[in-house]
Design a protein around this ligand. Structure first.
Ligand SMILES: CC(C)(COP(=O)(O)OP(=O)(O)OC[C@H]1O[C@@H](n2cnc3c(N)ncnc32)[C@H](O)[C@@H]1OP(=O)(O)O)[C@@H](O)C(=O)NCCC(=O)NCCS
Length: 154
């Protein structure tokens, strides 16, 4: 199913590589007020419990997603799509791809934090069946804001 949807969109999803980092960092800076450093992404590429994927259109990196899994619990750590390519199902495809991989690894619970005001991301996750299970007070800075914790039972 994921393969069909990739073909339709002319997209490839593959593991993130060190050579992707300049493009990933560019998207990260366009997407977040407190962006991850290049070292943070570098670490996600090599950490044993982490998975980092990029979405490629033609030769270009247009989005990415990082998650990890310890025992049967997974955590979505980061997700962004280049502003020029938003609204075309790229994030949906990345999430589908990682969900499939986590399910194959016997992940049962998947968590994430998202800014309370980030309705686009919240709707995206709700579309996959995530629901709000808690909040973290003033978790984010620039601007200061609560995080909503969302969970999906796989
Ligand atoms: C959130 C983000 C990753 C979505 O990427 P995208 O590729 O544009 O998303 P998609 O086109 O795959 O859409 C996925 C879902 O998001 C929601 N969505 C997307 N654009 C939306 C919009 N403009 N308004 C409301 N909901 C929207 C919808 O639920 C959509 O599902 P649907 O098409 O089945 O209705 C992207 O907006 C982004 O990079 N934002 C900045 C970084 C960020 O907020 N990351 C998430 C942190 S937790």
């Amino acid at each position: 199913m994921v393969e069909d949807s990739l073909r339709r969109k002319g997209l490839t999803i593959r593991e993130m590589r060190e050579s992707d980092l300049p493009s990933v960092i560019e998207i990260e800076r366009l997407s977040f007020s407190t962006p991850w450093s290049e070292t943070s992404f570098f670490n996600e590429i090599y950490k044993r419990h982490s998975t980092a994927k990029v979405a490629i259109a033609g030769e270009r990196v247009i989005g990415y997603m990082c998650a990890n899994q310890i025992a049967d619990e997974g955590h979505i750590l980061n997700l962004a799509v280049h502003p020029d390519f938003r609204g075309r199902g790229i994030a949906n495809t990345l999430v589908e791809n990682i969900l499939e991989e986590l399910k194959e690894n016997a992940c049962r619970f998947l968590y994430l934090e998202v800014r309370a005001s980030n309705n686009v991301a919240r709707e995206l996750y709700e579309g996959f069946g995530f629901s709000v299970v808690g909040a973290r007070k003033e978790y984010y800075t620039e601007p200061k804001e609560d995080a909503v914790i969302m969970m999906l039972r796989l």
